[in-house]
Ligand binder design. Structure first.
Ligand code: AMP
Length: 209
């Protein structure tokens, strides 16, 4: 009986949360804008790129495999990243104190989007909105090369950027269609100052709240 009421209250708390996906090509400003969104809406940041970099820092087998793919501009396999994400979501638990989650860099394939929808339904949660930051290629390359000067990331170089853009166009763009079909897609003009872009994002989030 006690368990039942606990489950009920978890479901209730899940259904009130706002869960956001932030999507966009490498260099589109996902990380920067996530930081602003987290602060304003008190959300939990979940970046799959960060989760992978943590595994790489541990130097384990998974990290080594991920490192080789990331520095070559490729995606890591779906099962690897889905598993890491599930582990992170379970660690946070349904009653984490934030108002919801912002997923940064996930899903990057339709397979991952389907896995996410399944995960949400088992947790009685839902994705409210996918924010797509639209930035033209020339600007993307400029931003990543600039970031590469200080990020220490070995995937922030011209050769890898081109591969990452290609991977994005082929594998991640179909994810946008997936969320368009669910009526959750919002395209945001990602050109301009950080403040201007954030204002556009805030407006879109406020509309769904
Ligand atoms: P990010 O920090 O989001 O730019 O991610 C850095 C790199 O990690 C990407 O270029 C991919 O190689 C890998 N990665 C991050 N998230 C995913 C994902 N959802 N699926 C596959 N690979 C990913």
């Amino acid at each position: 009986m006690e368990m039942e009421s606990e489950i009920l209250s978890e479901s209730e708390s899940n259904s009130k949360k706002i869960n956001i996906i932030i999507c966009g090509a490498p260099g589109s400003g996902k990380g920067t804008q996530s930081a602003f969104i987290i602060e304003k809406y008190n959300l939990q940041h979940v970046s799959t790129g960060e989760l992978l970099r943590q595994e790489i820092a541990k130097g384990n087998e998974l990290g080594k495999k991920a490192d080789a793919l990331i520095s070559n501009g490729q995606l890591v396999p779906d099962d690897m990243i889905i598993h890491l994400l599930e582990k992170k979501i379970d660690k946070l638990g349904p009653n984490h104190p934030k108002n919801g989650i912002i997923l940064d860099g996930f899903p990057r394939t339709v397979n991952q989007a389907e896995a996410l929808e399944n995960l949400c339904s088992t947790k009685n949660a839902k994705i409210d909105i996918l924010i797509d930051l639209e930035v033209d290629d020339e600007e993307l390359i400029k931003r990543i090369l600039n970031r590469g000067k200080t990020s220490g990331r070995n995937d922030d170089n011209l050769e890898t950027i081109r591969k990452r853009l290609d991977v994005y166009n082929k594998q991640t763009k179909p994810v946008l269609e997936f969320y368009k079909n669910l009526g959750k897609y919002v395209g945001i003009d990602g050109m301009g100052t950080m403040e201007e872009i954030f204002e556009r994002i805030s407006k879109a989030i406020d509309e769904i709240k």
